[in-house]
Structure formats: structure tokens, C-alpha cells
Design a protein around this ligand. Structure first.
Ligand SMILES: [Zn+2]
Length: 382
């Protein structure tokens, strides 16, 4: 992975490069950014740069023997640790899943924790980084590097370390060997032990902007009208954008479903009619889980636009609203400061629950009733 292949804020690349040029590379770092941000790719590009034998001032050469191994993520001095789940009470080690890991990197580069668990068929299990993983690292870390003069350990999703593992890694962070660099790459700081966090130099990696995502999708050959819609749906998450791109869902189907859903919610409020709503939700819950996540993300974007319209903001994401039978301005009047944040939380939590295999039928009924309630409060006020 070369720096120039990564579409992101150049200030971050400059900061990483200057730590090398000033010989101030921290031994323990945390590349902290949301899911779908370039945090993992930057950690890989950075470690490749540290080991490249013919680097220039701003990038690795891409051709030396070290870089060639980095291309396949097989450099023997680059170690990865990632979350896994126990099957039949055995504690799995990353080293035993390294082929899958290399494959997902070769295949996608940008992927979520959910994509990873899905690949190794553990999406229904609770994944952790267990203490045996860190014990194994402790043994490895004091050995000499194989080919380079340094070793890099990338710990992906360190927030999944359990307490025992965190306490164990703390010992390493307190006195790391001089030729070893440890890079945590994760989405959340709050779940790390404060004692661990205090040992790490933190680099915040921002999400992609809508236009960067759009540009990236177009470079993959995605049709520009489709990339335009997707880039506005995903809130800077490139891994989500990539999985939506692969999906065949048609924009007009999304729009039609959204309009039907909202009509039925309103008719639940006004006419106390729940039968049609329940039938409709039954249809939606038969969609593939991926399509259901797309539908909820899409719906959330419409609510966002409606809120912006209602408070008089002009910078709408303008997903799509072609249908003439839907009065968007009237709909917008129901979304305001009293309910918008709650609606956002409701959708985000539901998407998470869907990813964790929640029962879709119940989930949609729950969202619908809560939406009715949230919008009904407003109806009474008006
Ligand atoms: Zn090189």
C-alpha cells in the first residue's frame, strides 16, 4: 500500500512522514477513526514506508523486495492481530486466520468489523482479542526481525481486547523492544483501558468526505449517478459505500418503499390501521440483510434532508425525490429539533441490531411504532 494510493487528507500523511524524517517514530500509536475511514490502510502504508529499502521523501518505492511482500500483506516482519470468536471453547489466534485476513485485504482493503466476521463465518458470535493472542505476541516480540531491521505489529480493533488481554499488552507498551512498533487501529477510544490509552500516541484519522467517496467509486468504474447517491448515503464510510456499490438495489425501489412505509405509519396514527403496515413490514423483512441495511440507511438520509428543509437549511444531501405523489415539504414539517436526534439514534441502533442478526419483523414494527410516536407528538403540537 503506497501513500499515494490512499485518498485522504494530506496533512495526516505529512505528519506520519515527518515522524520518520525527524527520527521521532513513537513505539506505540493509535490510528483512531470511524469504520470505513482510512485508518487501517494508513497504518499499513506507514509500516511499509518504514521498511521500504528504496523509499523517497514522500513514499515507498513499491518495487523493492520488502514492498513486493507488502503488496500481498505477507512481509514476515509485519504482524497482524484482529478479533476472533471462540468456537468449541478453543481460543483462536490471528496467526491461524492470516490467510483469510490477507484475502480480505487483497479483495477489499476497506472493510468493516462486520465484513470481517462475515468472511470467517463468525458474524453471530461475540468476537474478542483474547489474552492468548497477547501472550503469543509477547513471545514473538523479543525475537529478531526476519528481513527488516524493525518489526511492526498492527492490532486491528483493539477495543475488542478483553481485560486480561489489555492488562497483558500494557506490560509490552510499558517497555517495548527498541526495534518494534505497535500500531493500534480502531474505531473507539472509550473501550480501551485508560492506562493503555495513556501509553499511545493518538492520530485521529477523519472519515472520507462525500466527494472523496464519489471520486473513489467513479475510479472503480461505478456509474456517476449511482456513485453520487451512494456517496451521500454512507456518511464517510468507504467500506459501506463499496458494499452498496456491489448491490443491485434500485433507487426507485428504495424510494417507493420509503414512501409506502411513511404513508402506512401516518395511517396508523390517523386511522388506527395497522394491518397494511404489518403486511408491508413482512415484505421488507424478507429482503436480504444487506438490502435491509441499505433501506434503513436510505430512510435515515431522507429524514436528515427533511430536518434540514424544516429548519431552513439549503445544503441538503438531496438523495432522490422524484415522486410527485409525495409532498416532501409537508413531510419535512414533522421533523424538527424535538425529534430529529431521537430518530437518528433510532435508525443507527436499528442498523446495528440488524447487523447483529436481530429479528427483522419485530425490529421494523418497533421502529414504526417509535416513529409514529415521535412524529405524533409533533402532530399534536401543530
Ligand atoms: Zn520499497
Amino acid at each position: 500500500m503506497l501513500f499515494r494510493e490512499i485518498l485522504c487528507n494530506n496533512n495526516i500523511k505529512r505528519k506520519l512522514l515527518s515522524s520518520y524524517h525527524n527520527s521521532m517514530i513513537p513505539h506505540s500509536q493509535f490510528f483512531f477513526g470511524k469504520s470505513g475511514s482510512p485508518n487501517l490502510v494508513l497504518a499499513i502504508a506507514y509500516s511499509q514506508y518504514l521498511m521500504c529499502k528504496k523509499k523517497n521523501k514522500v513514499d515507498s518505492c513499491g518495487r523493492c523486495e520488502s514492498c513486493i511482500k507488502y503488496k500481498k500483506f505477507t512481509h514476515p516482519d509485519l504482524h497482524f492481530i484482529f478479533p476472533l470468536a471462540s468456537v468449541n471453547k478453543t481460543k483462536p489466534l490471528s496467526i491461524n486466520f492470516i490467510k483469510y485476513w490477507q484475502n480480505i485485504l487483497l479483495d477489499k482493503v476497506y472493510f468493516s468489523h462486520f465484513d470481517w466476521l462475515n468472511l470467517i463465518n463468525l458474524e453471530n458470535k461475540k468476537s474478542i482479542i483474547n489474552v492468548d493472542e497477547i501472550k503469543n505476541l509477547t513471545r514473538k516480540i523479543y525475537l529478531k526481525p526476519y528481513e527488516s531491521n524493525i518489526k511492526v505489529i498492527i492490532i486491528w480493533m483493539p477495543e475488542k481486547m478483553n481485560n486480561q488481554a489489555s492488562n497483558k499488552i500494557l506490560k509490552i507498551l510499558e517497555e517495548p523492544p527498541s526495534n518494534t512498533y505497535i500500531i493500534f487501529v480502531g474505531n473507539s477510544k472509550d473501550e480501551l483501558l485508560p492506562t493503555v490509552l495513556s501509553r499511545l500516541q493518538i492520530t485521529y484519522i477523519p472519515n472520507f468526505t462525500d466527494s472523496e467517496i464519489n471520486e473513489y467509486l467513479i475510479s472503480l468504474g461505478v456509474d456517476s449517478s449511482k456513485s453520487n447517491v451512494i456517496s451521500k448515503l454512507v456518511d464517510g464510510d468507504l467500506s459501506k459505500a463499496i458494499s452498496l456499490t456491489a448491490n443491485k438495489t434500485n433507487d426507485s425501489v428504495l424510494e417507493e418503499d420509503f414512501i409506502t412505509w411513511m404513508r402506512l405509519c401516518f395511517s396508523l396514527i390517523k386511522k388506527n390501521n395497522s394491518n397494511d403496515l404489518i403486511l408491508f413490514l413482512g415484505k421488507i423483512s424478507k429482503y436480504s440483510r444487506e438490502n435491509q441495511i441499505i433501506f434503513l440507511s436510505y430512510s435515515l438520509s431522507i429524514f436528515r434532508d427533511a430536518f434540514m428543509t424544516n429548519i431552513g437549511q439549503k445544503n441538503l444531501k438531496k438523495i432522490i425525490f422524484l415522486s410527485e405523489n409525495f409532498n416532501f415539504n409537508k413531510f419535512s414539517s414533522f421533523i424538527n429539533f424535538n425529534n430529529f436526534e431521537k430518530i437518528v439514534n433510532l435508525f443507527n441502533q436499528s442498523i446495528l441490531n440488524l447487523e447483529r442478526n436481530a429479528n427483522s419483523n419485530l425490529l421494523y414494527l418497533d421502529i414504526s411504532i417509535k416513529l409514529c410516536y415521535l412524529m405524533n407528538i409533533n402532530l399534536k403540537k401543530n
